[in-house]
Design a protein around this ligand. Structure first.
Ligand code: S3P
Length: 430
């Protein structure tokens, strides 16, 4: 599916309730499947990635029922999964394959994981390596660096893993395997990655010890079914926050946005660039902080984004590049080499596609440099089947001189299926 975005005649105005957080939705289904008894999940994201997690857990013998935004999961305890009759297909979802690898490493049966063309290129040794150290038996292309992965559960032993990358997928896979391991399993990261796993395991009754850069747990702890409330995804909100900041005259309110401090780098960037952003109604919602955010069109200035800030906004960099193109002066993004191993190589895809529309942007080894303030031209751009590239390109079409044609926008349903409807309701255009 292709989409033509016409430059807006009006400002963006109004309110939107942001759909559920993708990271939290995955974990809710996965952990509920391992728990004893029934769990309910409210506000679940019906994005393609999270639906892949549901499909895999069903193949592993778990009954999952969907009723609108509420999901109910009949967990069978952490030894309750059954050997899948077919290959488990994670689609485009890196979170599904990496977290599920941790769970499957602890099972006494054998399973095979595959995904789409993007998954086939993404590195898996960052997860399969430490799982092998725990005694899991894993094969895969290029020594389990790439899919298909074949996992056969071992008698796992706890390890203390010093991760070379700040990655919540790595940390979570190891901690999940740690539930099946003898003794203690600990992960230490160079900087703290998102901590939804640690928070949610606690909600399911698992004791997790957390320090500044480490998380650890003891094997053999049983999860108890519970009710999970999923807050809105700040990574989806980011695209509308950027839209509000760059479309002249706009004022939009985004309700129920997850404000976990490991995810709020985009808020820091907007504030530092000078955006008019108001944070209201801050509250705790199912163990996660949330708030309502109001953003107004703002005069912005460029900045440097690097270091510890990067893991707190890694998924927002495609949106931030568009934001930076409308700021006065230079924005430098450094220390973001992890962008190269996302759904696409997001240094290349962001830089190539924004250049295509006339934005002054250049790639560096670990990020990019964007010169503001650029006039955005119309033209043809690709999403490369990467949801966040598709949405970033659509943002360009809101402020471009001529229409922007974005190819393969169906990818956006991976994380934000109602993106175009929400934009349309804010633009007041039919
Ligand atoms: C995620 C962790 C991040 C993030 C991804 C979702 C998660 O990946 O980019 O979109 O849900 O744990 P890494 O763990 O590779 O940093």
């Amino acid at each position: 599916m292709n989409k033509t975005i016409q430059p807006l005649k009006n400002a963006l105005k109004g309110k939107v309730t942001i759909p559920g957080d993708k990271s939290i939705s995955h974990r809710a289904v996965l952990f509920a499947s391992l728990a004893k008894g029934e769990s309910t999940i409210d506000g679940f994201l019906h994005g393609d990635d999270c639906l892949s997690t549901i499909a895999c857990m069903k193949q592993l013998g778990i009954q999952i029922d969907e009723d609108g935004n509420r999901i109910s999961v009949k967990g069978k305890g952490f030894q309750g999964l059954t050997e899948p009759a077919k290959v488990l297909d994670v689609g485009n979802s890196g979170t599904t394959i990496r977290l599920l690898s941790g769970v499957l490493a602890g099972q006494s049966f054998s399973s095979v994981l595959i995904g789409d063309d993007s998954i086939a290129k993404r590195p898996m040794a960052r997860v399969t390596g430490p799982l092998k150290m725990m005694n899991a038996d894993i094969d895969g292309r290029d020594q389990a660096e790439y899919t298909p992965l074949h996992l056969r559960g071992g008698d796992l032993k706890g390890i203390h893993y010093l991760s070379p990358v700040a990655s919540a997928q790595v940390k979570s896979a190891i901690l999940l395997a740690g539930l099946y391991a003898k003794g203690e399993t600990k992960v230490t990261e160079p900087t703290k990655s998102r901590d939804h796993t640690e928070r949610m395991l606690e909600s399911f009754g698992v004791k997790v010890d957390v320090t500044e850069f480490s998380a650890s747990l003891k094997g053999g702890q049983e999860l108890q079914g519970t009710n999970i409330h999923v807050p809105g995804d700040i990574s989806s909100a980011a695209f509308l926050l950027v839209a509000g900041a760059i479309v002249p005259g706009s004022e939009i309110t985004l309700k129920n946005v997850g404000m976990n401090p490991t995810r709020t780098g985009i808020i820091d960037v907007l504030q530092q660039m000078g955006a008019k952003l108001t944070i209201e109604n801050e509250r705790l919602f199912g163990g996660e902080p949330v708030a309502d955010l109001t953003i107004c069109y703002s005069k912005l200035s460029g900045m440097t984004i690097d270091g510890d800030l990067i893991p707190r906004l890694i998924d927002e960099i495609p949106a931030i590049a568009v934001l930076a193109s409308q700021a006065e002066g230079k924005t430098v993004i450094k220390d973001a080499q992890e962008l190269k191993v996302k759904e696409t190589n997001r240094i290349d895809t962001v830089v190539n596609q924004l250049s295509e529309l006339g934005v002054a942007i250049e790639a560096t080894l670990d990020g990019m440099i964007i010169e503001g303030k650029s006039t955005v031209n119309g033209g043809n751009v690709q999403s490369f089947h990467d949801h966040r590239i598709g949405m970033a390109m659509a943002l360009c079409g809101l402020i471009s001189t001529d229409p922007v044609h974005v190819e393969d926008t169906e990818a956006i349903a991976v994380s934000y299926p109602t993106f175009f409807e929400d934009l349309q309701s804010l633009s007041g255009e039919k």
